[in-house]
Design a protein around this ligand. Sequence first.
Ligand code: GAL
Length: 673
Amino acid sequence: MNNGSSSHIVYGGDYNPDQWIKTKEVWDEDIRLMKLAHINSATVGIFAWSLLEPQEGVFDFDWLDEIVEKLYDNGISVILATPSGARPPWLSEKYPEVLRVEENGIRNEYGVRHNHCLTSPVYREKVSIINRKLAEHFKGNPAIKMWHISNEYSGECHCPLCQEAFRKWLKKEYHNDINELNDKWWGGFWSHNYTDFSQINSPKSRGENHVSALKLCWKRFVTDSHISFYENEIAPLRELTPDIPVTTNFMNMYDGIDYQKFASHVDTVSWDNYPDWSNGNTARTAINTAFAHDVFRSTKGGKPFYMMESTPSVVNWRQVNKIPSPGTQEITSIQALAYGSDSVQYFQWRKSRGGHEKYHGAVVGHDGTENTRVFSEAAHTGEILEKLSDVAGKQSEAEVAIICDWENKWATDFFCGYNNNRRDYFDECKKWYIPFYKAGITVDIIPEDADYSGYKVIIAPFLYMLKDQTEERITSYIKNGGCFVSTYLFGVTDKDDRCFLGGFPANGLKDVFGISVEETDALPDDLIYKASFGDKFYDVRHICDIIRPNGAQILGEYKSDFYSGTPCVTFNKFDEGKAYCVAFRNEGDFARDFCSMLIESNRIKSAVNFNIPDGIGIRKRGDFIFVMNFSNEMKIIPFPIYYTDVITGELVFGKTRLEANKYLIVKEKKENE
Ligand code: GAL
């Protein structure tokens, strides 16, 4: 199986020749312009079902053959999409069951896209038929380099078929034993003991929405439904085109699907990246984007991914769609490369003439020419990417991991108690990511059930829910010499959101960390407490555990309320390893200082050996070092040793100016160079 790795950076994006089928001279112009822009890949057919199968069972691939051939003859390879993301009107007219039923129980009418039931056997069959036809047709075609399955799977369906499928899923999960489900869901509460699986429905605002275990199961079921829908989509492709890798594009930190689970089903992970560069804090936007890149890179153990979409200029779906400053598109592309992408792809190549997205940015605008700023910037990026083909396939090595787990995100959202306003699980994970980002240190962002070995440090912010085996895995990681940092509300519930008995953190973790949590306090936003650590004081915000030390060393104390003087930062040497607990939530300056202690004491290596100015992002990939200025002002980079600029070949040394939105890609100069 080809895993999608390539010897160059894939440069292209969503291309909709189907919208221009009546003016095919536009196709020829597209090819001319693509070559001018150094485009080497086009993703076609994403929403083309009504042309591919204009009537049920009548297929027309002639137009697709024609454009695929034109592209390939001109050195542009093709990522071929399956069209299930949007269906032709005839399909839902004839088979209304394919339409999605919303949480309110009402079936949608035909319209928009992604509006389909994940369970419907008819829809699965129709998708499978057209995918088989496509695979039969394009089998052996050298132009096709990858399958792009559907588009941004998302949402959920509450139709009777999905309810039945959910009950079946529950039966499997709970060994067909309703009493096991009742026990695990703590059915005695509010008289919720079911006598039959048929009594259970999906969570709804007008029905059951207070049983967190039900809500967790529903989320897991929705993820599994997407995966099985996708597996049904790819079955004919695997059978007929086993050498063509398969991907589906993920949507940033969308939490409706457990991407960490889904990732193991694709050959190459890909995601769609639309940073908000006009929110007044470009440096912060860069961090959020870097974090998402690291999430997706880590889902496949660090293997390169694809940035399947990004905009060459604006989007159309924010309330106000400000044009990002010139150079933004290029630095967004370079950042993707730095963080492990083997592709830079746009939505979209050419603006549609009509339709909902006609004002979304595109490489080619409604003027249809190469004489625009956007086009020339895209062409420039294309030229640069050609010089960076050696970056493709390279990986970054991480000594640090942050556990940021989709299921734990759901669990932290669903429980009721303590501070119900403040959960922000992903932001909490980011808080611990930022200090490493700022220090030029690669971090893997891993799920709870990833392999922990190989990391010097693992940080588990707000790891509230422990899946089966997590306790044992944390314990053995620490036992074998690992350094593990837990924070507040750590190890509180099992995977059904049932509290562990005997005190927190769960079971033996109390010994591993040398503490137990006695109470958890919640602070309104305007109540800010203090904590000490070393010789400094920090704000305590929103939530904090009151802990009882039981062998752990006390590194910091609360300075407020009746628990003033009690520990809030602890350390326990456990066997070969180190177990820290940071029992409170903070604005980030604590994480910064605490992480610099971790970096030093665990000898974590940065990509560079100098103080990184604020707003500068630094990342090492292979032996390429990317230095990117995401601030909005010029910065001086103090290169302490000689580097070679990979693009110009020039030497870089000493204080070097780097303008806003500009970047350098360098390699350490070898002795004999
Ligand atoms: C993506 C989607 C594309 C396009 C784009 C606009 O989420 O996959 O088809 O709609 O947004 O930004």
